[in-house]
Write a protein that binds this ligand. Structure first.
Ligand SMILES: Cc1cc2nc3c(=O)[nH]c(=O)nc-3n(C[C@H](O)[C@H](O)[C@H](O)COP(=O)(O)OP(=O)(O)OC[C@H]3O[C@@H](n4cnc5c(N)ncnc54)[C@H](O)[C@@H]3O)c2cc1C
Length: 347
């Protein structure tokens, strides 16, 4: 039997497990968490990610649960639209992480929950997939040394509040931005990204008083922002420091391949990380092929996967980083509009 071990039962691990199982592989998924998560932000599934979800068998569930979003727009703090409206070439579906993972898990073989791998020892599978996110333990094996994530110098506060919208809107001001997106379950998703150095002294603490913090940071912004802040469900607020990875010189070694955030964790500013992860999963399954046709040497297939996806993932990582920088710091119209046009072109 042709076998694969997948470290990590997140978006990339579950999608790869489902695709390989469909191709006749015997797959084991090792996931450190005791079960699927019950909380998480809304993720935008762009059209090419929806195409992968079709292959996985999860697209119908995602469309049924998620909310369609066709338009994305960037506005100033005062509410004026900046740059072109970004229209996806097909429907982008917004779905919360727990619902997306449930839809993927329904198509994947049983996951070994509560099984945290310290390293790759003892795994004698034909192929090992490092789908273990930004803090990957498989990455050091592939690259040959530890590669630490890089702090991006910005903090993110996310959560949800009751409401409905079909438009993704991001408001940009110096040193901070505020986003509102569709989400399933009769809620909207909000997020605040800010440079901690630009937080004025005396501002309430985002961990103990998220609404007080948001009120102080976005006072005088567009009324939709201030209304959203009054509705935030403070118990859903989550605060973390944004990080990405340096460009890796390789994402494959021997029979081990990295996918998703383990290979190219990126700033959240383009909303593309999960999509790139799904594209990795599809490219990897495609390169490995049907179990019956697998020749026993994973090398050539994994090198084909690496050529298809290493640079592609890294390009999106760099564009996300540029988007973050432009959103929080740039007051220059020309570079901002050029970047927004580049984003519209990949949408
Ligand atoms: C605020 C925010 C908003 C985002 N919005 C979007 C969006 O709109 N659209 C989009 O496409 N992307 C978005 N992203 C990015 C997206 O969430 C990630 O790119 C995606 O989750 C990566 O999937 P993954 O499977 O590679 O890693 P993860 O989702 O991190 O999954 C890795 C899994 O591996 C497990 N694991 C880790 N180490 C071990 C170990 N040693 N042993 C066993 N298991 C282990 C973890 O528990 C986890 O379940 C956003 C990210 C953030 C933070």
């Amino acid at each position: 039997m042709t076998t694969a071990a997948i470290i990590g039962g997140g978006i990339g691990g579950l999608a790869t497990a489902a695709l390989l199982t469909r191709q006749g592989w015997e797959v084991e998924v090792f996931e450190r968490a005791p079960s699927l998560p019950t909380t998480g932000t809304a993720l935008g599934m762009w059209p090419e990610a929806m195409a992968v979800l079709e292959q996985v068998g999860a697209a119908d569930a995602v469309r049924r649960i998620g909310i369609d979003q066709r338009i994305a727009e960037i506005r100033s703090a005062g509410g004026h639209r900046l740059g072109p409206e970004i229209r996806a070439k097909g429907a982008t579906v917004l779905i919360s992480r727990p619902r997306l993972l449930e839809a993927l898990a329904a198509c994947a073989p049983g996951v070994r929950f509560g099984d945290r791998r310290a390293d790759l020892s003892g795994l004698d599978h034909d192929v090992i997939v490092g789908a273990d996110g930004i803090g990957s333990i498989a990455r050091a094996h592939v690259v040959g040394h530890d590669v630490a994530p890089r702090p991006l110098g910005v903090d993110v506060l996310i959560g949800r509040c009751p409401g409905e919208t079909d438009t993704f809107t991001e408001y940009w001001g110096p040193g901070r931005l505020f986003g509102v997106t569709p989400r399933d379950g009769g809620c909207i998703n909000w997020y605040s990204e800010f440079d901690p150095r630009a937080v004025p002294a005396g501002t309430p603490d985002p961990d103990t008083d998220p609404r007080g913090f948001l009120r102080a940071m976005y006072r005088g912004w567009d009324p939709r922002v201030t209304r959203t802040i009054e509705g935030v469900e403070v118990e859903t607020a989550l605060h973390y420091r944004s990080r990405d990875l340096p460009r890796l010189p390789r994402i494959v070694r021997g029979n081990v391949a990295l996918i998703g955030d383990a290979a190219h964790a990126m700033a959240p500013n383009l909303g593309r990380g999960a999509c790139e992860t799904l594209l990795d999963a599809a490219a990897l399954a495609d390169a490995l092929g049907a179990a019956a046709a697998f020749g026993g040497d994973a090398g050539p297939a994994l090198r084909a996967y690496e050529s298809a996806r290493r640079r592609a993932g890294q390009r999106t990582m760099l564009l996300s980083r540029a988007m973050r920088h432009t959103a929080l710091t740039s007051r220059l119209r020309t570079p901002r509009d050029l970047l927004l046009r580049a984003v519209a072109a990949v949408a």
